[in-house]
Design a protein around this ligand. Sequence first.
Ligand code: ADP
Length: 538
Amino acid sequence: MIGDMQNWTPNVAGIIEHAKKVHPKTEIISRLVSGEIHRSNYEEVCIRSRKLASVLIKDGYKEGDVLATLALNTYRHLEMYYGISGMGAITHTLNFRLHPEQAVYIINHAEDKIIFVETPFIPILEAIQDQIPNVEKFIVLCEENELPETSLKNAVSYEEYIKDGDENYTWPTLKDDAACGLCYTSGTTGNPKGVLYSHKSNVIHAQAALTAMTISPDDSILMVVPLFHVLAWGIPYFGPMLGLKLVMPGMQMEGEPLYELIEKEDITLAFGVPTIWMGLLAYCRENNKILSSVKNTIIGGSALSLATLQEFDEVHDVNVIHAWGMTEMSPMGTTNIPTPEMENMSKEEKYAVQLKQGRPIYGVELKVVDDAGNELPHDGESQGHLLVRGPWILQKYFKSDKDAVDSNGWFDTGDISVLDEDGYMTIKDRAKDVIKSGGEWISSIDLENAAFGHPEVAEACVVGIPHPKWDERPMLFIVTNSGEPIEKQSIIDFLSDKVAKWWLPDEIIFLKELPHGATGKLQKFELREEYNNHYMEK
Ligand code: ADP
């Protein structure tokens, strides 16, 4: 027997319509490319999304077409999230830090028909225009009178394009499981792979995410996580669901402009990756500034370090919530929200819990298995491959004809983790970064975080390098605050009471900067390749 309730085929546009009705005047604030601050609200974003959708249809675009954005976090990008997807097309977000070859691959693989482009990124597309013949039109995100000289085919300004759109456009009812958005993984090995989200998975993910973070309706959110990567962690959907004030920094992600925006807009909750916060914290430290309005920050994308956690807590009185997820998971998997038990813990005990990646959001199932696929106990020690399953986790990659999950629906995240008896998950490494030394595992993440606590260390990266006796030994790469090398022994001494003796790196190398990929993650393979023979040659 089936239930008697109404059928529900969601369209994400329903979210912005809800925000228009219930929170029309709640502000959407963006820093534009010019540096100027622009103020909009949910009502305006909704109406302009309707206009965009109606113009796209009039222009011949239809359900299932893939339309791309090469854009920053601003109100226009939010309008495209709704305008494109809401009329049934697919919003494909492109990352402006992609290598041109990868951008060409991705645009062609996705068969993008339009690219909406921010003015500073026009040269990126002009350079590859001849290699992306499917793209029919480029819509430049600017006012009519701001359209720069460009060789881009059929270039038109966004404001001119939507000018005569229909403010009263009504959204279509879409098919169950209709595609909504497309995002490619960064593809550190092989070609990038597309993850095609559905309206349903995005709506359910956003609702679930709201249950797994300390968010209140009067929060004012700093959205540093980019709209071009993994749906900005769902904020563009759960923000309007709850009527949250959204503040978007556009191009300016350095410490000083972020600090100014936070203070001016009374930010209470900030979402970002550790590298962005390192810049902000360094700016505050060097200029004696305190984050006066921020209550919580949600940090994910890479591991949170004790030094960052401590500085947020002790200097700025900001509560840190660690979160973990990935492109294939829409992206939220676990969060580490405060529990009543934490209130009775010592600072050290509380920090130890907060550094874990957190507990699964309802809807996400986790398990850790050994190399043979046997499930490992939740004992906080047994580490293995982390598998996930759930309604906002992919079944297969875009255009692939085979599933990316096993016959029971489990997706291998590529992360090596432990689960404990309280349900917390801790990431030890990515499987490809694991260091195996003398038959035992060394966590490069734990070692990096320990080194990052050294007062002279600005950034640390640990890589396993082949070794004639031990299989692999850790090598530590450091960027110092001053950019100059310091005494290696001072690092070793600092690490000595923080990690096991056999974890201590055999070699420390000082670099001016570390290699980062398009989403800001460390590109360890580059260092591994360069130093591959280091211990073998000795
Ligand atoms: P990519 O496109 O590089 O896969 P994702 O943003 O999807 O980019 O990256 C997901 C991966 O990032 C995870 O599998 C995990 O290894 C890492 N990651 C994300 N959040 C955390 C975290 N809080 N701690 C440690 N690693 C994390």
